[in-house]
Design a protein around this ligand. Structure first.
Ligand code: HMG
Length: 384
């Protein structure tokens, strides 16, 4: 049975910061971000937007009423959860009006969570071919003001509908994973921002890729030459480019895949790191910006989550996949509201103030289709 991605949607918050402005404010050469990291803008989410609202918005952009009746599992991959117990998937299930007899869960392993969700979805569809699974990758990446990771922050969500006989990508069964118990990037329960061993994390990203790809080649007999494009986890685009260079043995293949890589980072360059959704945003960018792909092309994926777990897997583009995509996404991204560095620091790092009874005080109203409206007795109340 062919199982894979039938639909893919993306949601981003309203505000954007130009990294040239951030560089000026931090007294850094703007080319460090633009050329050194290949990053030009970052998405800024206000306090009324979180992984629930972004995830719901991404899913709402692709689902029909028929889909909502067929979905019997909702999986949210995230590492910026709003509750230690209640899964964001439960709230999103409700906001979207999905039929009640569904399983709704949250999955975590840093930037790898949604990839694990995709595998679980595939297994579920193999056993229940008529059902559909909604997999959402939703995150807000905050490293803190003037931190090393500051120019790589971002916010957004990617939603994927996984079904039998999908319209976009058939997932192959060639997955290879690696687990390594390391502290390259982690966030203890009481910390607001992650702790990062920046240089070490970049080395681990690449070493996990090279060693897992060696194992993948041995196990499957495939090599980079077999693929039309490669999508990688993109903490910032230069990291992905370095990864691709680290595994390409043949110059012609590297040139061809580098051309595809630049098409696959167009959205990431203006959004920033959205953690577990980054690799899927890169896939969407590739699909919507490349003229070089055709049905039947094989795409290779490298998912990496700090801590660390990584996975290499692949998929095959379906005939007519272009019909499921959007043409004007870049125009929509260009419509975002630009903020100054001062405004960014105020908006991105604002916190909800609660009274003693757990009710929010002076929370701004947000007219977005999905937004946090208030907190009542410590319960987050959303509008849709
Ligand atoms: P840094 O140490 O400030 O930057 O932060 P740098 O000095 O390494 O410079 C970065 C690049 O800019 C270098 O390029 C410089 O040469 C270049 P490279 O040599 O690496 O190709 N550069 C310039 N280029 C042009 N003109 C200039 C200029 N100046 C410098 N004037 C660091 C870099 C990655 C450490 C930092 O951004 C950071 O800590 N980021 C967060 C951690 C991270 O993203 N790690 C990536 C791997 S781990 C991962 O992917 C998982 C993650 O997504 C989390 C999860 O799984 O949940 C992060």
């Amino acid at each position: 049975m062919k199982i894979g991605i039938d639909k893919i949607g993306f949601a981003f918050p309203e505000f954007v910061l130009d990294l040239a402005d951030l560089a000026a404010a931090r007294n850094v050469d703007p080319n460090k971000f633009k050329v050194g990291l290949l990053q030009s803008e970052m998405a800024i989410a206000p306090v009324t937007q979180d992984i629930v609202t972004l995830g719901a918005q991404a899913a709402a952009s692709i689902l029909t009423e028929e889909d909502k009746q067929a979905i019997d599992m909702v999986i949210v991959g995230t590492e910026s959860s709003v509750d230690q117990s209640k899964a964001a998937a439960v709230v999103i299930h409700s906001l979207l009006g999905i039929q009640p007899f569904a399983r709704s869960i949250e999955m975590k392993e840093a930037c790898y969570g949604a990839t694990a969700g995709l595998s679980l979805a595939k297994t579920h569809i193999a056993q229940n071919p008529d059902s559909k699974v909604l997999v959402i990758a939703s995150d807000i990446a905050k490293y803190g003001i003037a931190s090393g990771g500051e120019p790589t922050q971002g916010a957004g969500a990617v939603a994927m509908l996984v079904t039998a006989d999908p319209s976009i990508l058939v997932l192959n069964s060639d997955n290879v994973c690696q687990t390594r118990d390391i502290y390259d990037f982690w966030r203890p329960n009481d910390d607001k921002y992650p702790r990062v061993d920046g240089k070490y994390s970049t080395e681990q990203y690449t070493d996990c890729l090279t060693t897992t790809f060696d194992y993948y080649k041995k196990k499957t007999g495939k090599d980079l030459e077999d693929f039309a494009a490669m999508c990688l986890h993109i903490p910032f685009p230069k990291q992905g480019l370095k990864g691709l260079r680290a595994i390409a043995a043949n110059e012609d293949t590297l040139t061809r895949l580098t051309d595809r890589f630049y098409e696959a980072i167009i959205y990431n360059q203006v959004i920033g790191n959205i953690y577990t959704g980054s690799i899927f945003l890169s896939f969407l960018s590739l699909l919507e910006n490349s003229q070089a792909l055709t049905a039947g092309d094989e795409i290779l994926f490298y998912s990496y989550g700090s801590g660390a777990v990584c996975e290499i897997f692949s998929g095959s583009l379906v005939e007519g996949y272009q019909a499921s995509l959007q043409e004007k996404r870049m125009a929509d991204l260009n419509q975002r509201t630009k903020v100054s560095v001062e405004e960014y620091e105020k908006i991105f790092f604002e916190e909800i103030v609660l009274d003693e009874a757990g009710n929010s005080i002076d929370l701004n109203s947000d007219e977005s289709p999905y937004a946090l409206e208030k907190v009542v007795e410590f319960k987050r109340i959303y509008h849709s």
